[in-house]
Design a protein around this ligand. Structure first.
Ligand code: ZN
Length: 277
């Protein structure tokens, strides 16, 4: 989320849901249905069929490998597009995009709401927004259950997500299979560097829902969900998993991201093309 846009997007990187939104976004009804085994199988078939039709020869080869059972280590990468059908606004979509709906917070600029320096001075706008969008009010989409199915089949090496909505965890994707590249609401920490006391999602939720600025019991500093703000480092886990994972990845599935947001954009160029060749 909340990272500066890099406009060097190439058409070959346009994700499935953006190429044909009606066909790919999934209806809100489907996200409310219980996804049974048959629906999951159908979903996989549909997604692979669509992937096959995207035209790249490597995709055909990948599918053939998948059918022959040679694919064993699948990496999935996901962005906001897999959660928009759950009702979570994409940060950059016109009209519904979050950055276009922040006037009420009286910010110096829209991105200030995720700027760590601004947050340290004035945390109220972030927590007001967090209350509106708090995880737990939304249901996972078929895409999330597709990733869970890959895990159940023993095929998921890792799921890299740019999303902070925790819908992967709601879909019961195991924590060790997840890399939440832009952080998560799953845990929170005191922002005072000498303290860094950890707090649970339940505790944070209670504070936010009561319209209280969460403060540390030890040092009285503000406590912030572990989502990555501007001016903050990505989680260590992102970098540690990255190197080993892409050495053994034999199929990469990219969903719901146009790969214009770092670090995913660079990731594909630097690691994945080389790895899959
Ligand atoms: Zn503290």
């Amino acid at each position: 989320m909340a990272e500066p846009r890099n406009d060097n997007e190439s058409s070959s990187k346009v994700p499935l849901h953006e190429q044909d939104p009606e066909k790919y976004s999934g209806s809100s009804d489907s996200s409310e249905d219980e996804i049974d085994g048959q629906n999951q199988e159908d979903l996989i078939r549909q997604m692979l069929r669509m992937k096959l039709h995207q035209g790249k020869s490597r995709t055909n080869e990948d599918l053939a490998k998948k059918k022959s059972g040679k694919v064993k280590n699948i990496i999935t990468m996901a962005g906001a597009g897999i959660s928009t059908s759950a009702g979570i606004p994409d940060f950059r979509s016109p009209e519904t995009g979050l950055y276009n709906n922040l006037q009420k917070y009286d910010l110096p600029n829209p991105q200030a709401i995720f700027d760590i320096e601004y947050f340290e001075e004035r945390p109220e706008p972030f927590f007001q927004l967090a209350k509106e969008l708090y995880p737990g009010q939304f249901e996972p989409t078929p895409c999330h259950y597709f990733i869970k199915l890959l895990e159940q089949k023993g095929l998921l090496l890792r799921h890299y997500t740019q999303n902070i909505d925790t819908l992967e965890r709601v879909a019961n994707i195991s924590g060790d299979k997840l890399v939440e590249a832009h952080g998560t609401f799953h845990s929170s920490h005191c922002i005072e560097p000498k303290c860094r006391k950890e707090y649970t999602q339940e505790w944070m939720k209670e504070q936010i829902m009561r319209d209280v600025i969460p403060t540390c019991k030890e040092c009285n500093s503000v406590v912030k969900p572990d989502i990555v703000f501007f001016g903050e480092q990505l989680p260590d886990r992102f970098f540690t998993c990255l190197v080993d994972d892409f050495k053994i990845c034999d199929l990469l599935i990219i969903m719901g991201t146009s790969l214009t947001v770092q670090p995913f954009a660079n990731l594909v160029d630097r690691y994945i093309v080389k790895t899959l060749n």
